[in-house]
Design a protein around this ligand. Sequence first.
Ligand code: NBP
Length: 486
Amino acid sequence: MVQANIGVVGLAVMGSNLARNFASREGNTVAVYNRTWAKTQTLVTDHPEAGFIASKTIEEFAASLAKPRTAIIMVKAGTPTDAVIDELVAVFEPGDIIVDGGNALFTDTIRREKAVRETGINFVGAGISGGEEGALKGPSIMPGGSDESWVTLGPILKSIAAVVDGEPCVTHVGHDGAGHFVKMIHNGIEYADMQLIAEAYDLIRRGTGKPPAEIADIFTEWNKGELESYLIEITAEVLKQVDAKTGTPLVDVILDEAGSKGTGVWTVQTALDLGVPVSGIAEAVFARALSSKPEQRAAAASLPGPDENAWKLADGSETSTDAFIEGVRLALYASKVIAYSQGFDAIVAGAEQYGWDIKKGDIARIWRGGCIIRARFLNRITDAYAENPGLVALVTAPFFVDVMERTQTAWRTVVADAAHAGIPTPAFSSSLAYYDGLRADRLPTSLVQGQRDFFGAHTYKRVDREGTFHTLWSGDRSEIEATDSH
Ligand code: NBP
């Protein structure tokens, strides 16, 4: 009897596409199972070329897999995933491998890995990016789990991943929840990148009055240079689109209330717990939240704004318009570098907290293809970590120092212009504030420490002496060396 080397459980859009992707690669035989049989039937009937081995029950599914059995779960994240894991654990044996390819929260993956490991079965949480098309044609895959499971799983995942410069976009990220953690940060960076692009569009639209179709051409042009990326490419496509019903640009008829599925929020919550400033990502999440408050926005619409003439795009000539657009491009690039730098800081902090050995350069490498944030400059991040694996902040790598050198003046001008004009640029502005905070010699947090000591005796350290100190604020205001009780 022919047995499959890989199985897929959950045959909605992602699972079906992933199963078809597996089946299209030489050497793979694919078993499929879905809770509702009709969905399995449809897939098998629509794709006879795939040669799927379809099962009606989880027992048949387990029997259709060669050992060690390897199955990828692609069901709704949360309790459905737990339910399917329980079903598989009941029919799998020690040494078999269960992979969760859904968008699980990494702490759930840590919990599940621990529980499944006790049965002798391997559990791998794998982040899969690229949406429906990536699943079908080649996603970027971020698996966690044990070294043992990677031996079997590695070649199977490499067979379906996107390929860039001959290298598959998959690597063993680290143990237990490391894969889902890195996927979460990927999504956080995606939020920041999208918000930055939206701010650039808004600035050009309101600053120059150009219609969306012309701005689409600007993005197409940008995509030929250092900003080349999937998100810039699709931005041009969206801006070009004309609404068939009204004949106006589609972007003007789409309601400006952005939704989210939660991974951006998880990134920010996790970063807060880890004490890592991911301000670009946080502003992107908050910008979507603000956009989705129609009542507040309506009530605030008549709040005072800048004078109409407070800001004009220089003299409005072609030269000044071109210079402004180039300024926005440079500001976008600088802010984007900060978003990635912050994202990698969060990866470093997560790796430290959870004991994962994450190779940062490899993460940038596997994000070059298949995923939403794929971009030309990811090569530069890989290079930066190859040159200096202990890099303390990505933005301090020589290549990015050069980028800051040539972008920062334009970045400041654009942020200042936006403030004068009353155009909101939360991600541009907060990225610049972060950059200036990072490079500051002294920060006013010395004053914050003084305030904390004043009202809560929280103590402070001094720049000139070892030890911890407290000023007797309500006494004679002399300074004492703090004891443990402070
Ligand atoms: P959905 O997230 O819509 O889930 C539908 C699947 O879950 C169906 O196969 C359904 O079976 C199954 N399912 C549910 Br719901 N409850 C179940 C249960 N208690 N027991 C067994 N099966 C159950 O599918 P999707 O959009 O293909 O996404 C799959 C996973 O991939 C999700 O975790 C998602 O977050 C992740 N993901 C999605 C994308 C994307 O672009 N859509 C990208 C990356 C990752 P049924 O047919 O019997 O109802």
